[in-house]
Design a protein around this ligand. Structure first.
Ligand code: PAF
Length: 287
């Protein structure tokens, strides 16, 4: 197997992808912001199984962080990431500098509008999904993948990126892969590294609350208020977990549903110390 390539510029990435495409090879992309964990590596393994060539992008994208958010503090571990990706058999890491992505004068953004960005994280993180849509559009143009993988923990991001991919006619297959969890249920996230020991013990309450919501649905509760109450009761046991939102929406349209039916998304966001975590579960409600 050829050594893993480290690619730093958009033209170099495009040239490599074009060489692969001319040979008829199927190219997969796993976009990341680095500080890789088992969740990312499960996406990489899925891409490795499905594609002839796998590119992992590592770019902490300043455009998707608000001024009061954690861009400066976001964990970075380039050496460890590169070693893990080489072991996983990745063909290329696309790791541009901020200047290579956004040279002086860069003034174009991509924005998905409408119900997909009316609730959940979008109103709490103004500009976030515009930043994500812009960078992912640029990553798609740089890497020219046939297939791209995203994690289900970021359910709203996945919905926005599916919409974007369809609306702009990218012709890229979007795969949304299951959330990987620690033994206590905490969803894997690069941000978990910022939790104090105490908050790490408290954080699995988010998953327990989601599970309590799913269990309420299993017992036949169909009113949104009833399911939310079951989740709130669990969260109340950890008053130091500051809930930012708790919501129940249609899993595809992300629109609110007063009575649960079809595929529904139970979603939560909370602050623990300076760290903001999100998590969700999808339930199928048959009647
Ligand atoms: O999910 C992430 O890590 C980021 O939002 C993404 C998709 C790599 C864009 O910066």
């Amino acid at each position: 197997m050829a050594a893993m390539k480290i690619v730093r510029t958009i033209p170099a990435m495009q040239a490599l992808a074009d060489r692969w495409r001319r040979r008829g090879l199927v190219v997969g992309l796993v976009p990341t912001m680095g500080a890789l964990h088992a969740g990312h590596l499960s996406l990489v393994r899925a891409a490795r199984r499905a594609c002839d060539r796998v590119v992992v992008s590592i770019f902490v994208n300043p455009l998707q962080f608000g001024p009061a958010e954690d861009y400066g503090r976001y964990p970075r571990a380039p050496g460890r990431d590169r070693r893990a990706l080489a072991r996983a058999g990745v063909d290329a890491v696309f790791s541009p500098s901020v200047g290579a992505m956004y040279p002086t004068g860069h003034a174009t953004g991509v924005e998905v509008t409408g119900p997909l960005v009316a609730r959940l994280c979008a109103p709490r993180r103004p500009g976030h999904f515009r930043g994500v849509a812009t960078v992912v559009t640029m990553l798609f143009h740089a890497v020219r993948p046939h297939v791209a993988w995203f994690g289900r923990k970021d359910a709203q991001q996945a919905a926005v990126l599916r919409r974007l991919t369809r609306d702009l006619g990218f012709g890229i297959r979007i795969v949304v892969a299951p959330t990987v969890r620690e033994p206590g249920g905490l969803a894997m996230s690069s941000r978990n590294a910022g939790l104090s020991a105490g908050d790490r013990r408290r954080a699995p309450v988010l998953f327990r609350a989601l599970r309590a919501g799913r269990e309420a649905v299993g017992r036949g509760v169909r009113r949104r208020a009833g399911v939310l109450a079951a989740m709130r009761r669990v969260l109340a046991a950890e008053p130091r977990v500051r809930v930012q939102y708790l919501d129940i929406v249609d899993a595809d349209t992300l629109e609110p549903i007063p009575r649960l039916r079809g595929r529904v998304l139970l979603a939560v966001a909370a602050h623990l110390g300076r760290t903001r975590l999100i998590d969700n579960l999808v339930c199928r409600v048959s009647r």
